[in-house]
Design a protein around this ligand. Structure first.
Ligand SMILES: [Zn+2]
Length: 485
């Protein structure tokens, strides 16, 4: 669908691609923005319309990708899909480079900036040169939050969005504590079952807690630490994640019994071996790994999980939630959990993709949504707005290549601008649209909507939209000959 605005650039709603093309041919509409593609209906004033449809935005935030779906408030129809690819790892990498550069300057004793050792809050005291205020997030996580908020406010200017559904938590902990809540979804414990498995998988990082993946078995199961046959309970504290092999090997034993048994086996195996043949550094056997990990499980540690990462993901969701509440108001916000999303997606029989996940956030109609997107998804990639560094730095912080001063705009174009380019000869002859990368000679590279890289002269390029720090693609796969509409 195409986003339509009235003559005062106020949101009207959606029109089909066909209708938009007709209107533009008759000069009754013109292009407002290429991404997301929106047109101005020149002879419509929203104030004269009886009722303007309102929409709901559904967001499924993630650490790499965020899915967004726009659905009608009253007609159970999905109109628009967007997938945003974040640049958290790039931000992290850039900061590591900067740290390296600064450290290098300090050790060379060409004084530049003192080390910020005390950059943590100690008690009530903020240390001497900390720039970390309350609500500080690592810059990589902050960039994810900013991306999402930027897109929601951008879309709100184009579409009359009044409501919001947001996947605020992966796991509904309240539900886990009292799984007997009444309600349709909770019957037979279906949703509770999903939430529980999701929770355990999340908590234990999709890793077998006994072998840490060493057995090579990809099938993960929910495991009772204290077996049910020996009186173990179904409580969350008694559950963990194990691969099928380990689960079978453990059988109906308690952790302590299994550990003892494995230790006995190991010592028997060692005694049988010829000591002269032993290598210098023998590889750990599966059982040795298991013995070690069982010890960890008994102490309550999780195997193969970084707590820090989980905390960041949680904090980024919380940081996104707050401005959303301010934007839409508490009455128009709906927060749900990841387990619920997965349950909905299974019920509606949708494939696993970020925009479908977004569609399944919160409540969904029983018969599913009517899809009017024509299967089109706008793929957005956050690429940043370039760097001010005038040199290339290696990981030790040494400047390896010095670049001369260069204008940011060349022949009126800047890196990241959206252009249309006519290629007159060569392999890529034809009309293309994409993100430009300027070259001083005037022979530009253009990343097209299908992800191809072509080169075109500045003379054949036409500026369509200024750079906004995002790269756009209309198709995930490479397919030729489709316009941005
Ligand atoms: Zn295992």
């Amino acid at each position: 669908m195409v986003i339509a605005l009235d003559k005062h650039k106020k949101p009207v709603g959606f029109v089909t691609e066909k209708r938009a093309r007709q209107l533009m041919d008759r000069k009754r509409a013109c292009v407002y923005r290429y991404f997301p593609f929106s047109i101005i209906l020149k002879d419509i004033d929203v104030r004269s319309l009886e009722d303007v449809p309102s929409y709901r935005i559904k967001i499924d935030p993630g650490s790499v990708h965020t899915g967004i779906a726009i659905v009608g408030n009253n007609d159970d129809t999905v109109y628009y899909y967007i997938q945003i690819e974040h640049r958290a790892s790039t931000v992290k990498k850039n900061l590591d480079t900067r740290r390296g550069a600064r450290r290098n300057r300090r050790t060379r004793e060409t004084w530049y900036r003192r080390a910020k050792w005390g950059n943590k809050t100690v008690g009530n005291h903020q240390s001497y040169d900390s720039s970390r205020k309350d609500g500080w997030l690592p810059p990589s996580v902050q960039s994810i939050v900013d991306n999402i908020i930027h897109w929601v406010s951008k879309l709100r200017k184009l579409v009359n969005i009044t409501d919001c559904s947001f996947e605020a938590v992966r796991i509904d902990t309240q539900l886990l504590d009292n799984p007997d809540i009444e309600g349709k979804e909770y019957q037979n414990g279906t949703l509770a079952g999903y939430e529980l498995k999701e929770y355990l998988m999340d908590r234990y990082g999709h890793t077998c807690q006994y072998c840490g993946g060493a057995s090579g078995d990809p099938v993960l199961e929910v495991e009772h630490k204290h077996p049910k046959g020996q009186g173990g309970s179904d409580k969350v504290s008694n559950l963990t994640v194990a691969c099928h092999k380990c689960n079978q090997a453990k059988g109906n034993r308690t952790l302590e019994q299994w550990q003892k048994e494995l230790q006995a086996k190991e010592s028997a195996g060692k005694a049988g071996k010829n000591p002269g043949q032993s290598e210098e550094k023998p590889k750990k056997t599966l059982n040795q790994i298991r013995i070690e990990n069982i010890g960890k499980v008994l102490e309550g540690q999780a195997v193969g999980v970084s707590d820090r990462y989980c905390a960041w993901v949680t904090s980024s969701r919380r940081a996104t939630e707050r401005p959303l509440f301010e934007m839409f108001g508490a009455d128009h916000m709906e927060c749900s959990s990841g387990g619920h999303t997965k349950y909905n997606r299974t019920e509606l029989n949708l494939p696993k993709d970020h925009h479908y996940d977004a569609l399944c956030v919160g409540t969904v109609p029983e018969d599913g949504y009517r899809d009017r997107t024509n299967g089109r998804v706008l793929y957005v990639k956050a690429v940043g707005r370039g760097s001010r560094l005038r040199g290339k730095i290696n990981k030790c912080g040494i400047i390896t290549v010095k670049l001369g001063k260069r204008a940011k705009r060349i022949y009126g174009f800047m890196n990241g601008d959206i252009v249309t380019a006519d290629v007159l000869k060569g392999k890529h002859v034809g009309h293309h649209c994409g993100r430009v990368m300027v070259r001083e000679r005037g022979c530009f590279d253009v990343r097209t909507l299908t992800g191809e890289l072509i080169s075109a002269s500045y003379r054949n390029c036409k500026l369509k939209q200024y750079a906004d720090g995002y790269q756009y693609q209309t198709e995930a796969k490479r397919q030729k000959g489709n316009s941005s509409r």
